[in-house]
Design a protein around this ligand. Structure first.
Ligand code: NAD
Length: 289
C-alpha cells in the first residue's frame, strides 16, 4: 500500500519503519523535520497525504489532530482511509471522523497500547473505532505494527477504550512506585520485590514489563535515566482525558482522580520531559508527614 505517515515521534517513527520493512511505500511528515531511513520525506502534512491509500497520524493532542486533519482531509484522494493512532479525547476523534466522512474518506480512530518497545517490536495492541469497512482496510497494517487489533465499536470507541486502559496504567504505575518506596524503607531489596511481585497477585505491566526501578526486570526507561518512553506529560494528558470523560458520563473514578493530581504535581515539579515511571524518584524524595 501507499501510506502517508504524519507524526514521526517516539511512537510514529518505529511504526513507520515497520511498515517500510513489510514492503509498504511510506511518505512521512513531522513538523520537527524528522527523517527516517526508507521513508520518503514530504514537505507538509498535505503532501504526505496526497494520493495515498492510507494516511496514519500519530500526534500529541486532539487540537493538533484537528488542525492536521484540516490539511490532510482536503488533500487525500476519495476513498482513502485515514487512521488516527494518537491518543486524543473522544470529541476530537469524532470530529476527525466526521470531517473525513464528509469528504468521502474512510476513517478509523485506533489508539495503541504497548509503548515504544511495542512500537519497535511491532507488538502494539490497537483499539479501533469506525465502520466495518474502514476497519477492514486498516487491519492488515495493524497486523504489521501490532499483535492484536480490537474493533471496539463506532467512531470514538477506540479512544474510549484507550482512556480506560491508561487510567489503569497511571494508577498501577503509582502503585508499583509506592511499593518500591515502601520496600526501600522496610529494608527489602528492590530485586526481591520484583521477583516476588512479578510472579504474584500484584503483577502488572508497570511492574513486569516497565519496571520503574533501574537495573531490575526487562530493559525500561528507568535504565536510561528515565528518558521517555512515555513522557509524564502524556500520561497526565491521558489521565485528564479519563477524568473529563468520567465527568461527562458521571462515572465514579476516585483512584483515577488521585492519579491525575499526583501526575499534575509531578509534571509541574520537574517531571515534564521525563518518563512517567520517574514518579518513583518523586515519591522516594517525599516523606509521609
Ligand atoms: P512524540 O511527542 O514523541 O511524537 C509526536 C510527534 O508529532 C513529534 O515528533 C512532533 O514533532 C509531531 N508533531 C506535532 N505536531 C505536528 C504537526 N502539526 N504536524 C506533524 N507532526 C507534528 O509523542 P509519542 O510518544 O510518539 O506519542 C504520540 C501519540 O501516541 C500521543 O497521542 C501519545 O499519547 C500516544 N501514545 C504514546 C505512547 C508512548 O509510550 N510514547 C504509547 C501509546 C500511545
Amino acid at each position: 500500500m501507499r501510506v502517508g505517515f504524519i507524526g514521526l515521534g517516539n511512537m510514529g517513527a518505529p511504526m513507520a519503519t515497520n511498515l517500510v520493512k513489510a514492503g509498504h511505500e511510506v511518505t512521512g511528515f513531522d513538523v520537527a523535520g524528522v527523517q527516517i531511513d526508507g521513508v520518503r520525506s514530504a514537505a507538509s502534512a498535505a503532501e504526505a497525504a496526497r494520493d495515498q491509500d492510507v494516511v496514519i497520524t500519530m500526534l500529541p493532542s486532539g487540537s493538533i489532530l484537528q488542525s492536521v486533519y484540516g490539511e490532510i482531509v482536503p488533500a487525500a484522494r476519495k476513498g482513502a482511509c485515514l487512521i488516527d493512532c494518537s491518543t486524543v479525547d473522544v470529541e476530537s476523534a469524532r470530529a476527525a471522523h466526521a470531517a473525513a466522512e464528509a469528504a468521502g474518506l474512510l476513517s478509523v480512530d485506533a489508539p495503541v497500547s504497548g509503548g515504544v518497545g511495542g512500537a519497535a517490536a511491532g507488538t502494539l495492541t490497537f483499539m479501533a473505532g469506525g465502520t466495518d469497512e474502514a476497519f477492514a482496510v486498516a487491519q492488515p497494517l495493524f497486523e504489521i505494527m501490532g499483535k492484536k487489533a480490537v474493533h471496539c465499536g463506532a467512531a470514538g470507541a477506540g479512544q474510549a477504550a484507550k482512556i480506560c486502559n491508561n487510567m489503569i496504567l497511571g494508577i498501577s504505575m503509582i502503585g508499583v512506585c509506592e511499593a518500591f518506596v515502601l520496600a526501600d524503607k522496610l529494608g527489602l531489596s528492590r530485586q526481591s520485590v520484583f521477583d516476588v511481585v512479578s510472579t504474584s497477585s500484584g503483577s502488572c505491566w508497570s511492574m513486569n514489563t516497565y519496571c520503574p526501578a533501574p537495573g531490575i526486570g526487562p530493559q525500561s526507561p528507568a535504565d536510561n535515566e528515565y528518558r521517555p518512553g512515555f513522557a509524564a506529560e502524556l500520561m497526565l494528558k491521558d489521565l485528564k482525558l479519563s477524568q473529563a470523560a468520567a465527568e461527562g458520563v458521571d462515572a465514579a473514578t476516585p483512584m483515577g482522580e488521585r492519579a491525575t493530581e499526583l501526575y499534575e504535581a509531578f509534571v509541574a515539579e520537574g517531571g515534564k520531559g521525563r518518563d512517567f515511571s520517574a514518579m518513583i524518584e518523586a515519591l522516594a524524595g517525599q516523606s509521609r508527614r
